[in-house]
Design a protein around this ligand. Structure first.
Ligand SMILES: Cc1ncc(COP(=O)(O)O)c(C=O)c1O
Length: 424
């Protein structure tokens, strides 16, 4: 039996709609090598995870050194050096007064734990989330996910969740245009609180920049407007930076684009360059609402993952990876917008840094080009580029490569995309 047959027989591949028909044997930097020896340029980074590149040598060295000392101990003892050092580092690099971290293994776990903490701190039980959002696949995180495809088959979901329209400017839910809209969608949050909740709202939860929903980046004044409403009703601002954090959008954390301080922030994916780790961080008075014994994760704060994360963040800072992402992203966004001028299938090119969405449409009425997006993904693979596809309608090409990718590789990807679209 070859690998693909074995997967079909023994692995529950419910996790993705269509697995790329390649068998990966190794990866370095921005390149992935298949079993047949074919080398691919990775424009997806394991869904925005290996931001410092596949097998970053400094991250691997730190993990190996930690493995020679301690691999697991759990959190009923203190252990050295990684966990406390990483928590201190996160307090230093995250915005505002965020200070105390709780470590888990994945993004959903971080979001679910943070929801629990928000409830405990506020003594309130409801949440407001955004339409089109994705926060994970546990029951609570699917409950705050605003995407029917992701939710199907998992209900009934938690009650006490209201969904507010997202700042999806290309398809504005209020049929307005930025900036003339004057941030109407943010101001309308007050109406959602008044009409769709019982007023007992613990937190407003948002991906600072939406990933799975199709790379949706709100305008620059958005979170300030949101915060005004939240402050009026004493609701926490809970940001999910699982996908958009760690340099992805050209800042270490995407909320830095908005000059607003979150009350709670969650992270995973890019935190340890591929080692499983997640965290939620909050101001001490919020974090301390968890009393000893209130919350635990067996694998959370695994010393090897924490050592990898620390080396990863040090690498980010020294190599200025967020700045690299901003620079390379601005260039490739410009190239994609040039392509858009002559390519009617491209309805919108958006994002920041190396978090890029290319929304495909079949006509001026913006009919989603879902089938075409799937074909482009396959054609790009044939040309040696792995990309993602997402969005509520499955028509957004997602480019979220390792941030160490070169501008030449990105320009080659634009040329390949131009050829694929032309062939369609
Ligand atoms: C914004 C966001 N939050 C949470 C998650 C869930 O993370 P995990 O798959 O590690 O549980 C994801 C995963 O794609 C995500 O993109």
């Amino acid at each position: 039996m070859d690998t693909i047959e074995k997967y079909k027989e023994y692995v529950n591949t419910a996790f993705v709609k269509s697995v790329e028909p390649i068998v990966v044997t190794s990866a370095t930097g921005s390149k992935i090598t298949g079993e047949d020896g074919k080398v691919y340029t990775d424009l997806y980074a394991g869904i925005s995870v290996v931001n410092a590149g596949h097998r970053n040598p400094e991250v691997i060295a730190a993990a190996k050194a930690q493995m020679d000392k301690l691999v697991h101990c759990c959190s009923y003892v203190y252990h050295v050096p990684a966990v406390a050092d990483l928590a201190e580092k996160l307090a230093e690099v995250t915005p505002g007064r965020l200070q105390k971290s709780f470590f888990g293994s994945g993004g959903a776990e971080a979001n679910e734990g943070a929801m629990r903490m928000a409830k405990q701190f506020t003594k309130k039980s409801e949440f407001i989330a955004l339409q089109g959002s994705f926060h994970g696949r546990s029951l609570a995180t699917l409950s705050i996910t605003g995407n029917k495809d992701r939710k199907k088959g998992g209900g009934p979901y938690l009650t006490g969740i209201a969904f507010h329209p997202a700042a999806y400017c290309y398809r504005c839910p209020y049929a307005k245009e930025y900036p003339a809209c004057d941030l109407y969608c943010a101001k309308q949050l007050e109406k959602t609180i008044q009409y769709c909740t019982s007023g007992n709202v613990a937190a407003f939860i948002a991906e600072t920049i939406m990933g799975e929903g199709g790379i949706i980046m709100p305008p620059k004044e958005y979170y300030k407007e949101i915060k005004k409403v939240l402050d009026k009703y004493e609701i926490l601002l809970f940001l999910d930076e699982v996908q958009c954090g760690f340099g992805r959008s050209g800042k270490l954390f995407s909320i830095e684009h908005y000059d607003v301080e979150p009350d709670i922030m969650t992270m995973a994916k890019g935190i340890a360059d591929g080692f499983p780790l997640s965290a939620f961080i909050a101001r001490p008075e919020i974090a301390d609402s968890f009393r000893p014994g209130d919350h635990l994760s067996t694998f959370g704060g695994n010393p090897v993952s924490c050592a990898a994360a620390l080396a990863n963040i040090n690498y980010f800072q020294r190599e200025k990876l967020p700045e690299q992402a901003a620079r390379k992203g601005a260039k490739v966004l410009g190239e994609l917008r040039e392509l858009q001028k002559n390519q009617p299938l491209i309805g919108d090119v958006r994002g920041a840094g190396l978090m890029i969405g290319i929304e495909l449409v079949t006509d001026k009425a913006k009919t989603p080009a879902t089938a075409e997006a799937g074909k482009v993904r396959a054609a790009m693979r044939e040309k040696g580029f792995l990309i993602g596809v997402g969005g509520t309608f499955g028509n957004v090409l997602r480019w979220q490569p390792p941030l160490v990718i070169s501008s030449e590789e990105l320009s080659a990807a634009v040329a390949a995309l131009a050829a694929c679209l032309k062939a369609l």
